[in-house]
Design a protein around this ligand. Structure first.
Ligand code: NAD
Ligand code: TYD
Length: 354
């Protein structure tokens, strides 16, 4: 079986659903169920004996040791993290704990398990670390997209904590020989995305006829990838990635935030028109995020050349599926907008006047 961490979050739950749709190899999911973890994402796996869930913290070494001993996974796919830049600005401590200390603890538990395996199993073992393009810092308008050899220049507490975790993973390979691979992916969007990030927040606010809060001038650029394309890349890197290597994963799809929000509004206008007119009238510019990175862009040629991966979805097809999913998932959306969610929205947006 494989051990997945953070599998109740956005990307992890998509990964587990896709994994079990494509293979019969069981999955052990360890997730602390923070505000971002939601077992409802995996409700369709109820009664499926290929899926085991354990509520637990990646900083809990005794728990990790017992899970490795009991289940003897052949690989680890490490998604668990605090993942939201704005939250990292409001409270960085949890980012250091989960992303740095948690990755360290998981590496140590994996190393202990791996080093006691018989030869063939030791060679086949993999530790796949899921990371972000944000570790590379920000790009000027005409800079070349990030490639795997670029210098790390993280700018937010989130990206700094992910950069630190990437360095630990690298060091555990170089020092101890742990067979690791790392992926650095661009911004994902798709089903089960918690509505604190740009795309789902805009959908949720638009449906509630609330302002659509665009930070600053809205011309910051991100590279957007449909989540299931990211999951396919992770599966491929796990199967065929070169030990010790890193792979940049991106959609070849750079867009300014205003265009993303405009496209979300246009899709909603088409799929669920409102009598008061276009959702785009709700777009509101609000004060910018401190230290806001201006542009991210991924050069994904290495994973294409070495492993044959390319995104299957275009931005248009992926975003259309995403908006459709949110329109069809009103109950899911209502249930994730708990009191804690409303508190976060108030903490992040009230001071911005949105
Ligand atoms: P998410 O915030 O939706 O989910 C994170 C999951 O980790 C949640 O289920 C949460 O309960 C769990 N978790 C948090 N702390 C934990 C702990 N201490 N122990 C165990 N579980 C814990 O995040 P996501 O968007 O699904 O991102 C998954 C991974 O992919 C992260 O490592 C992130 O850095 C990386 N990534 C995300 C994106 C993106 O656009 N979302 C892009 C590139 C890389
Ligand atoms: P986000 O989804 O938080 O991802 P990241 O910061 O990791 O790239 O934000 C994507 C972009 O959208 C980023 O430039 C910040 C911007 N943004 C807004 O303009 N308004 C918002 O309310 C949010 C959440 C993000």
């Amino acid at each position: 079986m494989i051990l997945v961490t953070g599998g109740a979050g956005f990307i992890g739950s998509n990964f587990i659903l896709d994994w079990l749709a494509e293979s019969d190899e069981p999955v052990l999911n360890i997730d602390a169920l923070t505000y971002a973890g939601n077992t409802e994402n995996l409700a369709s796996l109820a009664g499926d004996d290929r899926y085991v869930f354990v509520r637990g913290d990646v900083c809990d070494r005794p728990l990790l040791d017992s899970l490795f001993a009991t289940h003897a996974p052949r690989a680890v796919v490490h998604f668990a993290a605090e993942s939201h830049v704005d939250r990292s600005i409001h409270g960085p401590a949890e980012f250091i704990r989960t992303n740095v200390e948690g990755t360290f603890t998981l590496l140590e538990a994996a190393r202990s398990h791996w080093s006691n395996l018989p030869d063939a199993e030791r060679q086949a073992f993999r530790f796949l670390h899921v990371s972000t393009d944000e570790v590379y810092g920000t790009l000027a308008r005409d800079d070349a997209p990030f490639c795997e050899t670029d210098t790390y220049e993280p700018n937010s507490p989130y990206s700094a904590s992910k950069a630190a975790s990437d360095h630990l993973v690298r060091a555990w390979h170089h020092t101890y020989g742990l067979p690791v691979v790392t992926t650095n992916c661009s911004n994902n969007y798709g089903p089960f995305h918690f509505p604190e990030k740009l795309v789902p927040l805009m959908i949720v606010n638009a449906l509630a006829r609330k302002p659509l809060p665009v930070y600053g001038d809205g011309l910051q650029v991100r590279d957007w990838l449909y989540v299931k394309d990211h999951c396919a890349a992770v599966r491929l890197v796990l199967a065929r990635g070169q030990i010790g290597a890193t792979y940049n994963v991106g959609g070849w799809n750079e867009k300014p935030n205003l265009e993303i929000v405009g496209t979300v509004c246009a899709l909603l206008d088409e799929m669920q028109p409102h009598p008061d007119g276009s959702y785009a009238h709700l777009i509101t510019h609000v004060p910018d995020r401190p230290g806001h990175d201006r542009r991210y862009a991924i050069d994904a040629r290495k994973i294409e050349r070495d492993l044959g991966w390319r995104p299957a979805e275009t931005f248009e097809s992926g975003l259309r599926k995403t908006v459709r999913w949110y329109l069809d998932s009103a109950d899911w959306l209502a249930r994730v907008q708990t009191g804690a969610y409303r508190q976060w929205v108030s903490a992040n947006y009230d001071q911005r006047g949105a």
